[in-house]
Design a protein around this ligand. Structure first.
Ligand SMILES: Nc1ncnc2c1ncn2[C@@H]1O[C@H](COP(=O)(O)OP(=O)(O)O)[C@@H](O)[C@H]1O
Ligand SMILES: [Mg+2]
Length: 328
């Protein structure tokens, strides 16, 4: 069976100054029906651009190369009504819910808007469905919430509303871009449990974007790790987590903060992440990699098939034992 989402050779260039600069290079990924794929990497690695390319929400002036197929249809060719139809099938939940609601509109209007736009649902039916959707995201007494304004809701409650809104049109694919990053730790766990539960009940496909490798591994069947606009490793989450093959994946796993230090999550990886357009010849991670050798600085590693996945590291085979031992 072909995958529900199939991205191949996706390169995105954005206008920076005078000239378009690549922010994604040759990104390929697939998500099967009902499958959850994690997309993990440091800030600036291109995770959001990947989701935006799929949702057709790239910034103006973006140049896109490659193929993005949803249920076999080329998304890049969709216009008008077909694009609106896509938005009912592929839903997006963003990191900062407040940036995606109109502060002067009531929650009820926000929730029912997408349904009413289809023109096939009465106001009353739309309201009933909104209340049921709120119930699904564990909001008791959702009817009372409909009259409230966004500022009257906590961040966690507003994110539940966003998830409810995303689900109202019965999508098959949910793109969740760091949906819990802006929330406090307790609320993070609650919202994560809601997303995970909904996905299982509804058999949704999920692209789950996070900078937290452990969280991706806990929620997703497979995980893709992104660095400087490229995917460097994609494998079943348990394998990638326990036996990473790319030094960057291992470093991400080792950099997890303890409960008492809530600072830069990746403070233990020396150096800073690069954007795709800053990458010199060779492996983008070489400058920060403790295992890098001369060829790593001159030869860019291609993704190669390994046990149940792919990795782009010239030394993946030599490092297999080392990374499994030192990780965690
Ligand atoms: N509107 C934009 N114009 C130009 N470059 C951008 C724009 N938005 C993001 N970028 C750049 O694209 C790269 C990838 O960004 P993004 O996908 O947001 O990363 P992530 O979500 O992994 O933190 C970064 O280098 C970022 O600076
Ligand atoms: Mg992002």
């Amino acid at each position: 069976m072909s995958p529900l989402l199939e991205v191949s050779g996706l390169t995105v260039r954005l206008p920076v100054g005078h000239q378009p600069k690549p922010v994604l290079s040759d990104v390929s990924l697939t998500i099967a029906a009902g499958e959850a794929l994690g997309l993990v990497g440091e800030s600036g690695s291109g995770k959001s651009m990947t989701a935006r390319a799929v949702a057709r929400l790239l910034p103006p002036g973006a140049q896109v190369e490659g193929d993005i197929r949803y249920a076999g249809t080329d998304l890049r060719a969709l216009r008008g009504q077909q694009l609106r139809e896509l938005r009912t099938r592929v839903a997006v939940v963003f990191q900062d819910p407040r940036a995606h609601v109109n502060p002067v509109r009531r929650i009820g209007d926000f929730l029912t808007e997408a349904l009413r736009l289809t023109g096939r649902v009465s106001r009353r039916e739309a309201t009933d469905r909104a209340v049921r959707a709120l119930d699904e995201v564990a909001v008791a007494d959702g009817r009372r919430l409909l009259d409230r304004y966004p500022h009257q809701l906590s961040g966690g409650m507003l994110q539940r509303v966003m998830i409810a809104a995303a689900l109202l049109t019965e999508p098959r694919l949910l793109l969740a871009d760091e949906p819990t990053t802006a929330l406090d730790v307790t609320t993070q766990a609650e919202v994560m449990a809601i997303i995970d539960g909904l996905r299982r009940q509804r058999g949704l496909s999920l692209l789950f974007i996070t900078h937290d490798l452990d969280l991706a591994a806990a929620v997703c069947d497979r995980t893709a790790v992104m660095y400087a606009g490229r995917i460097v490793e994609t494998r079943p989450s348990a394998l990638l987590h326990g036996h990473p093959l790319h030094p960057y994946t291992a470093a991400l796993g080792a950099a997890r903060p303890s409960v008492t230090t809530r600072v830069d999550r990746l403070a233990t990886i020396p150096g800073r992440p690069l954007s795709a357009f800053e990458v010199p010849d060779g492996c983008a991670f070489a400058a920060r990699c403790v295992y890098a050798q001369d060829p790593c600085r001159t030869h860019r590693p291609e993704l190669a098939s390994v046990d149940e996945g792919e990795v782009a590291c010239l030394r993946a085979e030599d490092l297999r034992e080392t990374l499994a031992v030192t990780h965690g």
